[in-house]
Write a new protein. Structure first.
Length: 196
């Protein structure tokens, strides 16, 4: 199984994944609203952890899961189901946060990561390009860690309210519909050839 990081479809991957700007914007807003000074250690740690997590999770959830499902000879899954399986796996990786965060926080994060998982899965499925998803994932985590450096080590105490929950659920529904519509509009035979 080959996993692709850079290819000619980088800009197409950027275009398909453009809704992730919403998530980056949300995280940037949270960070800027805190207006707190951050130490060099926290900055370096946030950057390092974000990059490592971005690479690992994208390689596992997109490169390996989607790559394996689409390259399997059985071809038992539709493209959309492949994206959903990848998103579920990606969300499940975040259940580990139950050890350091409340059930409410983890629930919202599961919804949040499901939405991103659908979008990132779509990007990789169509373009075979992990670079865009790694960069986006890293930026989202980096900004979130800058807003709350203690969260890197599971020491933060963020709160969640009904608005957060409903907002993230709405984004999940929108990304779900976006992926479904996008896959309906493209040439699936050409996409299948791309994976063979």
């Amino acid at each position: 199984m080959k996993v692709f990081f850079l290819n000619k479809k980088f800009f197409r991957a950027l275009a398909i994944g453009s809704p992730v700007i919403i998530f980056i914007g949300i995280n940037l807003y949270v960070y800027l609203s805190k207006k707190s000074a951050i130490s060099f250690f926290d900055f370096f740690t946030a950057a390092s952890v974000s990059l490592l997590v971005g690479i690992f999770e994208e390689y596992a959830a997109r490169g390996m899961i989607i790559g394996k499902l689409e390259e399997s000879t059985a071809k038992n899954f539709s493209f959309f189901v492949t994206v959903i399986i990848s998103a579920i796996f990606f969300s499940a990786l975040h259940l580990i946060n139950l050890f350091s965060a409340s059930l409410e926080i983890t629930s919202v994060q599961i919804i949040y990561t499901s939405a991103l998982g659908i979008l990132f899965g779509l990007v990789y499925l169509v373009t075979k390009n992990l670079t865009v998803t790694i960069i986006s994932h890293t930026l989202i985590d980096f900004i979130a860690f800058m807003a709350d450096p203690k969260a890197i080590f599971g020491l933060g105490h963020p709160t969640v309210n009904l608005i957060d929950f409903v907002f993230n659920l709405t984004i999940l529904i929108i990304f779900f519909a976006y992926a479904k519509l996008f896959l309906k509009k493209i040439n699936l035979k050409k996409l299948q050839k791309n994976w063979n």
